[in-house]
Design a protein around this ligand. Structure first.
Ligand code: NAP
Length: 239
């Protein structure tokens, strides 16, 4: 059977592009969604090798049930792409406990849950590939996006630690840390804000979801890269 790839948050944006590009390459794609049911159904209708599963990945029980159902049907998950995420813009001093919990649960706890739930199967088979979508803001920090930055830095910490823990089990764990990508997540920014980002970017453009998908395809096929935080950002940050 072809490689089975689970992508969280694949109804829209980066996750959706990854799902389409991997389906076109012949992978068996499992596209997770939460709220955008119509978009997920439309995605499934376009590809025979895309299956869709609804789950709020910030909730353990929903993640557990989704992965149990996937494993009953497909027997394995070769690749887990932790992509689902939300952002929050605002002053640190204004952030409420409720907002903190929402961002941390959606962007960090979700990665803990999905990864734990797939690992038994990967460790048993002594192979697997986990790719976390973090952010440049987890690396350099972002004014007025501090909680999001905390969550993404946590994801990168998990990536590095798990790469060490799971390497001997044949499982690779990496992060892709995108820069500014043209998706719904950034619709809140004005034309002027976007132009300022472009001005600060050596390649003089913002990224497209397809730029992330290209890196994903390479990481899946690779077999000697683990524990890395791979920035795909047009040079917006250079470490
Ligand atoms: P987007 O266009 O807003 O799409 C977000 C996706 O995540 C949607 O498919 C949404 O599904 C899903 N999602 C959110 N919360 C979920 C939950 N609790 N359970 C299941 N699915 C959930 O965002 P995007 O730009 O593609 O972002 C994708 C990832 O890239 C995120 O982790 C984001 O932090 C990261 N990233 C984005 C950028 C950027 O500039 N766009 C930069 C750096 C990192 P439903 O609509 O079905 O709920």
């Amino acid at each position: 059977m072809n490689k089975v790839v689970l992508i969280t948050g694949a109804s829209r944006g980066i996750g959706r592009d990854i799902a389409e590009k991997l389906a076109q390459k012949g992978y068996q794609v499992i596209a997770n969604y939460n709220r955008s049911e119509e978009k997920a159904k439309e995605l499934k209708s376009k590809y025979a090798n895309i299956d869709i599963y609804k789950a709020d990945v910030s909730k353990r029980e929903e993640v557990h049930n989704m992965i149990k159902s996937i494993l009953e049907k497909y027997k394995k998950i070769d690749v887990l792409i932790n992509n689902a995420g939300i952002s929050l813009t605002g002053l640190f001093t204004d952030v409420t406990d409720k907002e903190w919990n929402k961002i941390i649960n959606n962007d960090l706890y979700s990665v803990f849950c999905t990864t734990q739930e797939v690992l038994t199967n990967m460790i048993m088979r002594k192979e697997g590939c986990i790719i976390n979508i973090s952010s440049i803001w987890g690396i350099v920090g972002s004014s007025c996006e501090s909680i999001y930055s905390v969550a993404k830095a946590g994801v990168d910490g998990m990536t590095k630690s798990l790469a060490k823990e799971l390497g001997p089990s044949g499982i690779r764990v990496n992060s892709i840390a995108p820069g500014f990508i043209d998706t719904d997540m950034n619709k809140c920014y004005s034309k002027e804000d976007v132009q300022n980002i472009i001005n600060d970017t050596p390649l003089e453009k913002i990224g497209q979801a397809s730029d992330i998908s290209k890196c994903i395809k390479w990481l899946i096929e690779d077999n000697f890269t683990t524990g890395q935080i791979i920035p795909v950002n047009g040079g917006l940050i250079i470490n």
